[in-house]
Design a binder for this molecule. Sequence first.
Ligand SMILES: O=C(O)CCC(=O)C(=O)O
Ligand SMILES: [Fe+2]
Length: 383
Amino acid sequence: MFFGASADIPLEGNEKILQDEPDVQCRNQPQIFRGMEYPPGTKYDLEYADLDALDISRLDTLEGKQELAAKVSSFVSKNAFFYVKGHGLTGDRIKRQYSIARELFNLPLEEKLHYLANTRAGDFRGYKPRSTGELGARDNDERYNIPKLTPEHGRLRPQLIHDHLEEIKDFSLHIHDQILVPLLQLFAYIPEIDEDYFVSRHRYEAKGLEYLSYMQYLPRTEAEDAAVNNICPRGHADYNALTFLFHQPVSDLQVQTPDGWKYVKSFEDTIIVNVADALEFWSRGYLKSTVHRVIRPPPDQADKPRLSLIYFARPEADIELAPVQSPLLQRLGLQSSTEDVPRGVTAEEWARARIAKDHRFRTGVVQKGEGEIIAGVQEKFYD
Ligand SMILES: O=C(O)CCC(=O)C(=O)O
Ligand SMILES: [Fe+2]
């Protein structure tokens, strides 16, 4: 059965969502994985951030947990990315995801538009094209976001995705169960709260907008990039809980550090992870939502399309982003601070507000920003 062909899908957002996951026959097509190789690294000498690495295979023992918790405590205030090693995903499994992404983006635009995400309404599930013409300056990536594979998100998908749905689900579940869960337990050590406090708010089966994201940036001319100071997307913090960026060797990701913007080096056996808004709000700003941006790659990497594979782990839809009761925050006097926390706002409302704002900027409805995101919290700009 081919789900991509119906002509009556509105272009302004794919709202035609199936309530139940269709009984999909998985027909793996190994030939699509032919020749998936990473592009070479840059020869340019760039200034990279010095980031810590956590070997999460060590979390099996109490000793390992204590060691890693101490390490996390020492770097959380640095507002930085960190690396995760020992995550249990083979290079081959990651490359297969990149292959699916590549095949997907190679589909005709007309077909991809059948699965358009309704970003205007704050819904990022499905396809987002890159903008063209003048708006291309602020939006140079196309994306396809695959939400949790639960009945809530049963929806129209390209045949290619149906063909690999089991593999995509296994991959997503591995990230959720084997990487996210132990890290959330580890992060609960910091505010000295129950080990399962964060985990119990990220149940895979529960309602929520967590997703695996395929992205492609297309090369632009020097002049096009120069018009946006070589930055696109501009500096931002992510609006989920933890973000997992899989290896890709093009040097274009930068993190904001106390010493300015630094490149983030990617290694084949590690995942780059950043703390995002939910953990910042829950911890009253003790954990920092990492500020990062993407800039034009160095000359030896700037002329080719670039794929990104990212998993955005997000709290369940109805979870409030209210500060946790924490002995650490009490001691530090942060428990009752009134800093920028969206009061009474759920994870889904926060994500939808950020996505809808971004939609308005990308599509030229507004030129820079609009001030408030939701519940009095203001937009921040970093470039
Ligand atoms: O493509 C990347 O490396 C990062 C993209 C990003 O920051 C995002 O999608 O939030
Ligand atoms: Fe980001």
